[in-house]
Design a protein. Structure first.
Length: 176
């Protein structure tokens, strides 16, 4: 893309420092597949963390809920680490509730589902709900992106030659 200045994957040499984080309880960690920062326009230098699921089926709701919960933890523990949290998939899911996938209610539900990892073993659903920071829920709901791709979109990607020309123009403009 011409909108990403730099990016890294969980498989890159230094990526674990940027993409792997501990759950608050239980001794486990979670990770994102991608991270990076945007280039240009209103997104200039804003950071993102992304989870990519090249699924060919609609059964990804549970993984999405975990993503919401881990993004809640990331925003709570590292509020300046990511401006955006992207869920990138190749198959739509939860079609009947699509418009509410990243609503505040959906985030609260995901946090309660992962309550042992967030608040400790044995915490009841009611106690977990009481411990949720509503300001983080509200903020996170505005930072979630859901991107649905298609293999055929690869034919629409800018060519390397054209990307190089754009980069030359940007470099010249920055030097002026």
């Amino acid at each position: 893309t011409t909108r990403v200045k730099s990016s890294w994957t969980v498989y890159d040499k230094n990526a674990p420092d940027r993409l792997v984080y501990p759950w608050p309880h239980g001794g486990m960690s979670y990770s994102y597949d991608l991270g990076g920062n945007f280039l240009g326009g209103d997104l200039e230098n804003q950071f993102f963390l992304a989870e990519c699921k090249k699924y060919t089926h609609k059964n990804q709701g549970g993984a999405f809920d975990k993503f919401l919960a881990q993004s809640y933890v990331t925003l709570r523990q590292h509020p300046y680490l990511a401006d955006h949290f992207l869920w990138i998939t190749w198959h739509p899911f939860r079609i009947n509730s699509w418009n509410g996938l990243h609503s505040e209610d959906a985030i609260r539900t995901a946090v309660v589902q992962e309550r042992d990892r967030l608040f400790g073993s044995g915490v009841s659903e009611d106690d977990a709900r009481a411990q949720i920071d509503e300001s983080i829920v509200s903020d996170l709901a505005t930072r979630i992106w859901i991107v649905v791709l298609s293999d055929r979109q690869e034919t629409l990607v800018i060519s390397n030659d054209d990307r190089a020309e754009l980069m030359k123009i940007r470099i010249k403009q920055e030097g002026q």
